[in-house]
Ligand binder design. Sequence first.
Ligand code: 5GP
Length: 120
Amino acid sequence: GLGPYDNGNIFARILRHEIQATLVFENEHAVAFNDISPQAPTHILVIPRGAYVSFADFAARAGDAEISGFFRAVSTVATQLGLDASGYRLLSNIGDHAGQEVPHFHVHLFGGKPLGRMLA
Ligand code: 5GP
């Protein structure tokens, strides 16, 4: 696994405003910002404010209101960015086999062009 939550991870630092990010959405449940190395015309990262190392940790430890609020926020970001009509993709890497680089749970949101068929 990823071990205990590391308060020094880059997304924790973005949440504390210690490093800059281009925010596109923020509420009590979630913060969304542009990926620093975009892999599509729209490439957003959506993160919960709470300290969870991965989706698995979030699903196991977050409260129901936190979980629903987070996923509702992901949907709101997609809507506000105008991605609903043409579609978009969500992805979350969990742990070593998925190549997770930042140990704070995040959902990638990709869109803005046809993305091609990609299941793994
Ligand atoms: P992972 O492999 O953990 O799912 O993806 C981490 C993502 O975070 C990558 O797409 C990477 O480009 C992005 N990222 C890493 N460091 C930073 C940063 O300092 N700022 C922003 N905005 N994105 C970052």
